[in-house]
Design a protein. Structure first.
Length: 136
């Protein structure tokens, strides 16, 4: 059996955003939810193709200045999440790793059989986003 190449040292307290920077860039998705670390393996090709199709559709429909981003980090109360797609409002920062909920109009999760339980029951969706910011 293969041995892990990364030696885990969980923090003495709950997991926080800064702890994510110490984890390996190994293709897994690392998220914190209420101080717990959640690790999901890379999604399959069909998952990525569907996310790309949804992104193209949203980008074509979005008003000028709105951006549709794949895999952007989202700060949520007590959590750091990585939805499949995030629609950013025009005032959102041009670049960064973790976006604030106030800069988000919509998040999209593409469910896979392997991620369905996590996406539906573990992640804190729906988040409270400000619908007054949405284009009309």
């Amino acid at each position: 059996m293969a041995q892990p190449t990364y030696e885990w040292h969980p923090p003495e307290r709950g997991w926080r955003e800064q702890d994510l920077f110490d984890l390996p860039e190994d293709g897994n998705r690392y998220e914190t939810i209420d101080g717990s670390l959640h690790v999901t393996p890379p999604a399959g090709y069909a998952h990525h193709e569907l996310a790309d199709e949804i992104r193209l559709t949203l980008r074509a429909a979005a008003p000028k200045g709105w951006r549709v981003i794949r895999g952007a980090g989202l700060r949520a109360p007590g959590s750091n999440l990585i939805p499949d797609l995030t629609v950013l409002t025009p005032g959102a920062p041009a670049d960064g790793m973790w976006i604030e909920p106030s800069d988000v109009a919509l998040v999209v999760e593409v469910e896979s059989p392997s991620s369905r339980r996590h996406d539906r029951f573990t992640k804190p969706w729906p988040m409270t986003l400000d619908p007054s910011a949405w284009p009309r």
